[in-house]
Design a protein around this ligand. Structure first.
Ligand SMILES: Nc1nc2c(ncn2[C@@H]2O[C@H](COP(=O)(O)OP(=O)(O)OP(=O)(O)O)[C@@H](O)[C@H]2O)c(=O)[nH]1
Length: 621
């Protein structure tokens, strides 16, 4: 039995390595969130025999616990499929990609290894903001696009309308558009046919010296860092010595495997293929995504890497007590290998101790990262409020003129300089695209205006849908813009954004004082027009969150030396006169006066203990 299994595995591998370049297709499925990418991937896997039909498993490529729980794809996954078309075996390398805006770096990275994409659109929802962004991403990379309308089985499906939208927005010819139901498995064959007939094969050279691009990597407890590679030239086998162009380190290849979607050992990877290599990389920092690897005996020119993702949202991460510092550090290190879009800097705070300042692509990315820290590594860190990176031009002083450090970048509100030192402040901006049914246009425009948005354009994409473009400050959308947009449009509006540089802005630092002492962890950078409202809200929230203590606590929001809001948290009052029975009134007054004096002393030295959750709760809008 075991021998049979081994022979079968071997024959499969044999087939894979023998496939000529002309019969390889590397492609990705891109779409707006929930339009059915993972479901289509499941069907493709079933159709090509990689998994059994009706195996009861769904979203096979969503492996992480957080993906299964949230029903979203976070990490792009790859799978190699073998498909017999008109008598020939084809190798189809499919890369499943996430749909949420926060994970667009995964989409970008996956596209590098592809020659074409399936652009999937929901037959009921039609083109959404992320569809637009993904289309232009693929179009900009000169990839062949196969437009597919999914969910045609839905009662309200209107594929004709969606076809018109595709034609109007992207100049896609109606006859090119496929119509399928991934859920029911209808039309899947037409997708496979389009992949083979419309997509080009990879432009690679099997005779040239080996060159491959690392486009993903993750950490395995037993084998160290594993790298997913796209072989551009030549071939690679177990036992070969490879060198990294980035670190110049040399490794011996220990394992070569294909993902089917389970890992299947192989002896060799040829140009045009995608596969996994393990070469005893012990430290997570060694598998550098975007790096080119080659055989150590033959120096080659590095392949063009992709732009590293730029973190947009920063937050402090601290262990809940300092004894967990080392375990949290190792968890962060391992997780950042798997999720290379996260940037890590060391940070410290008087209240929370030693920690890190991490950069994320967006708020969902931050939430998913902290959830993965908990689920996969059992870490329970404290996260501070998210912030963006501000650019600040300092007033010229003798010192900064000498050092040339007049321009600084600040992503930690605690480090925002005093207003007297600032000549001009700049905040990061984005161009936001919103697609909404026109009945929600009013509330959507009000939301954008409330978030300091300036309209760029508005156009109808069909009879009842409008596409809006706004210039928006990044800090206004990172926390709850997406959720609010969904709420006011009953879930119908969609949103996507792209970076649009910096813009001069009137920013102030809002500091929270507890009994006159600034709590830097609660500081916030806000636009001057919002300082009063945000200050008021924070003070009220803190009043409710901070537990009453033996002394009165004054909570103040202060900006540029001016108190904008204040609330008092009343102390517990001990009845010092309880033991008095009757007697002289002066005795009673004396006891109360003694108590008041004691409290005054205490207030001055009071070290107010804030609950851990305060830092997270208070800054949620
Ligand atoms: N009726 C119907 N439902 C479908 C079809 N395809 C997918 N769905 C459903 O649509 C929902 C989203 O599908 P997914 O495959 O998770 O979508 P996705 O695009 O991978 O989502 P993300 O990974 O979050 O980007 C699931 O509830 C699917 O069952 C279809 O053809 N018809």
């Amino acid at each position: 039995m075991r021998l049979q299994l081994l022979q079968r595995t071997y024959s499969q591998i044999h087939d894979f390595t023998q496939i000529p370049i002309e019969r390889i297709r590397n492609f990705s499925i891109i779409a707006h969130v929930d339009h059915g990418k993972s479901t289509l991937a499941d069907r493709l896997l079933e159709f090509t025999g990689a998994i059994k039909e009706n195996s009861g498993q769904s979203q096979i490529l969503d492996k992480l616990q957080v993906e299964k729980e949230r029903g979203i794809t976070v990490k792009a996954q790859s799978v190699s499929l073998l498909y017999n078309f008109k008598g020939d075996d084809y190798l189809l390398n499919l890369i499943d990609t996430p749909g949420h805006v926060d994970f667009s770096s995964e989409v970008c990275r996956s596209l590098f290894a592809c020659q074409g994409v399936i652009l999937l659109v929901d037959a009921n929802d039609g083109v959404q903001a992320q569809t637009v962004a993904n289309f232009f991403l693929a179009f900009g990379k000169d990839l062949t696009i196969v437009p597919v309308i999914n969910k045609i089985d839905l009662k309200n499906a209107d594929p004709d309308r969606v076809t018109k939208q595709l034609q109007f927005l992207f100049d896609i010819e109606p006859q090119e558009v496929l119509r399928i139901s991934a859920k029911l498995g209808k039309g899947i064959e037409s997708v496979l046919e389009a992949i083979i007939e419309r997509l080009p094969c990879p432009k690679v050279d099997r005779e040239a010296p080996f060159r491959a691009l690392i486009f993903d990597s993750w950490y395995d407890k037993y084998r160290g860092a594993l790298s997913l590679i796209y072989v551009q030239d030549g071939d690679i086998s177990v036992g070969d010595e490879i060198q990294s162009c980035h670190t110049k380190k040399v490794y011996e290849i220990k394992t070569v495997s294909l993902l089917r979607p389970q890992e299947v050992a192989a002896n060799k990877l040829n140009a045009g293929q995608i596969g996994l290599i393990g070469c005893n990389m012990r430290s997570s920092k060694e598998a550098f995504i975007g790096d080119t690897i080659h055989k150590s005996s033959c120096i080659v020119e590095a392949l063009q890497g992709f732009e590293p993702p730029r973190p947009m949202v920063f937050a402090g991460v601290y262990p809940s007590d300092q004894s967990q510092h080392i375990s949290l550090r190792s968890a962060i290190e391992k997780l950042t290998l798997n999720d290379s879009a996260v940037s890590v800097d060391v940070d410290s705070s008087p209240a929370l101790g030693q920690g890190w300042r991490l950069g994320f692509l967006g708020l969902l990315h931050l939430e998913v990262f902290s959830q993965r820290l908990q689920q996969e590594y059992g870490a329970e860190p404290i996260l501070t409020a998210p912030s963006v990176t501000y650019k600040i031009k300092l007033k010229p002083t003798k010192q900064n003129l000498k050092t040339g450090e007049q321009l600084i970048y600040v992503n930690n509100p605690a480090l925002f300089p005093d207003h007297l030192l600032i000549e001009e402040a700049f905040e990061p901006m984005v161009i936001g695209t919103i697609i909404t049914p026109d009945e929600y246009l009013g509330p959507v425009i009000s939301l954008c205006m409330e978030r300091r948005g300036i309209q760029r354009s508005a156009k109808n994409i069909d009879n009842d849908r409008v596409m809006l473009q706004y210039d928006l400050p990044l800090c206004e959308i990172i926390v709850d813009f997406h959720d609010t947009l969904k709420t006011i449009s009953s879930g119908y509006a969609s949103f996507d954004y792209e970076d649009n540089g910096y813009q001069s802005s009137n920013l102030v630092k809002l500091v929270i004082l507890l009994n006159g002492v600034a709590v830097e962890e609660l500081s916030n950078i806000v636009h001057i027009t919002k300082a009063q409202t945000v200050g008021r809200k924070m003070v009220l929230k803190l009043r409710d969150i901070i537990p009453r203590q033996m002394v009165q606590i004054a909570v103040q929001a202060v900006s540029n030396g001016k108190v904008l809001a204040r609330e008092n948290i009343k102390p517990y009052r001990k009845d010092v006169t309880a033991k008095l029975y009757g007697g002289d009134v002066t005795r009673r007054m004396k006891l109360l006066a003694q108590q008041a004096a004691g409290k005054k002393k205490m207030r001055m030295v009071a070290n107010i203990s804030l609950p851990k959750e305060t830092f997270i709760d208070v800054l949620k809008k």
